[in-house]
Design a protein around this ligand. Structure first.
Ligand SMILES: Nc1ncnc2c1ncn2[C@@H]1O[C@H](COP(=O)(O)OP(=O)(O)OP(=O)(O)O)[C@@H](O)[C@H]1O
Length: 375
């Protein structure tokens, strides 16, 4: 079961802000790719950017890095316009293509990185990441495997000493073992350098234990945003014997994000209005993957912008159903008695994570390492 340990000392709704978007919108010709995006990402987080294909994830990353300009609204990176010279050097953006010159060797690529980033280049960091991956320095980058290319691209990105690292699908096309190594590398480097990371991925199981902040897009809009702990704590996963055609009234009394009724059983993810009543069912906090799957399967579920993701500059325009007054949210005081009982199977997986699972450095995340993160 997930730990309820929270770091109240960090002041989630205050502190440095890495990204703040207000009413952000972008479009390609006549079609909006992103609309009315409003959220804040505090510094020091590892943020998962999730959404179905075409939801606007790459577009958002391009707006944040200054590669694209917004059509409406604004985005600030470390308080500045992303396209400005000073914001640009503080941000590294690894696009899906991970562009490398195929005819250059690894050593030549690192040399080029140094020449392009005078004053910020950290050669020891780049060399260590390449050496740990046993990548031959004299190999041409065009001959590297997918995992080696990703590692080299991450070496280039981290050696630039960015304060904000944007990664577009860094795990795509990698086998599970390589994904695990890359995730561990990412966590270790981000912890060592204090880098804020935004990581888009559709490998949901991999994100648990890696990310402590969540931004879910759907159809170009923000659907979920906030600390992972807050968002998970606001929901319950309920499983039980089905009696009749509908969910038990005590469960349906909570806003239902997604329900599956099959055979004699039901499974539902609900947004808790309070403790889930005891009954002939089991209730537990969903894992990050379970929460994400529920929202991805239910595109009509109301969005939820947690207080931890509200911009300082402008209040969130709430759509119907986006009710922040949920037990478990820090602005609403301490968590009430959860009254949640975890199914033995889920509890077992979460209490016995693989030793090698990468762990986040964030204090409030320690103790709820996910199920084989990036395994
Ligand atoms: N260069 C472009 N020209 C026209 N439309 C585009 C362009 N790039 C993206 N789009 C459209 O904008 C929307 C958002 O695309 P985007 O690539 O940001 O989504 P995504 O969530 O990153 O998708 P994926 O997970 O498949 O990479 C989609 O409808 C896409 O078709």
């Amino acid at each position: 079961m997930r730990s309820m340990v929270m770091d109240h000392g960090t002041g989630r709704t205050s502190g440095r802000t890495a990204i703040e978007a207000v009413g952000l919108g972008a479009r390609y010709r006549r079609r909006w790719a992103l609309r009315d995006c409003t959220f804040r990402l505090p510094a020091g987080r590892i943020c998962a950017l999730v959404g179905p294909s075409g939801a606007g994830k790459s577009t958002l990353l391009s707006l944040v890095s200054g590669l694209a300009r917004p059509r409406e609204g604004s985005v600030r990176v470390w308080g500045e316009a992303p396209a400005g010279a000073s914001a640009r050097v503080r941000v590294a953006h690894l696009t899906q293509e991970k562009p490398l010159y195929p005819r250059l060797t690894v050593a030549e690529t690192l040399r080029m990185g140094r020449e392009l980033n005078p004053g910020r280049w950290n050669p020891r960091c780049a060399e260590r990441i390449v050496r740990d991956g046993q990548i031959p320095l004299d190999a041409r980058t065009g001959t590297l495997s997918g995992g080696q290319r990703t590692r080299l691209a991450l070496a280039l990105a981290f050696a630039k000493s960015p304060e904000l690292l944007l990664l577009d699908e860094p795990f795509a096309g990698l086998d599970p073992l390589v994904r695990h190594r890359i995730a561990a590398l990412l966590l270790a480097q981000a912890a060592e350098h204090g880098t804020t990371v935004v990581l888009s991925s559709d490998l949901l199981a991999e994100l648990d234990g890696v990310c402590d902040y969540l931004l879910v897009l759907g159809d170009g809009r923000v659907r979920l945003a906030g600390e992972v702990d807050d968002l998970i704590g606001a929901h319950a996963l309920v499983m039980g014997q089905r009696r009749g055609e509908a969910l038990p009234p005590a469960i349906a009394a909570h806003p239902v994000v997604e329900a599956q009724l099959s055979g004699r059983h039901f499974t539902a993810v609900v947004r808790r209005k309070g403790p889930v009543a005891a009954g002939p069912w089991e209730a537990a906090e969903p894992s990050l993957e379970e929460l994400l799957l529920a929202y991805l399967r239910a595109p009509g579920a109301p969005d939820l912008i947690a207080p931890s993701a509200e911009p300082v500059a402008a209040p969130v325009r709430r759509r119907p159903g986006n009710n922040p007054g949920i037990p478990g949210m820090p602005r609403n005081g301490p968590r009430g008695p959860a009254g949640l009982r975890g199914p033995a199977a889920l509890r077992d997986v979460r209490q016995n994570p693989p030793d090698s699972a990468p762990r986040t450095r964030h204090t409030h995340h320690i103790g709820h390492i996910g199920k084989g993160a990036a395994a």
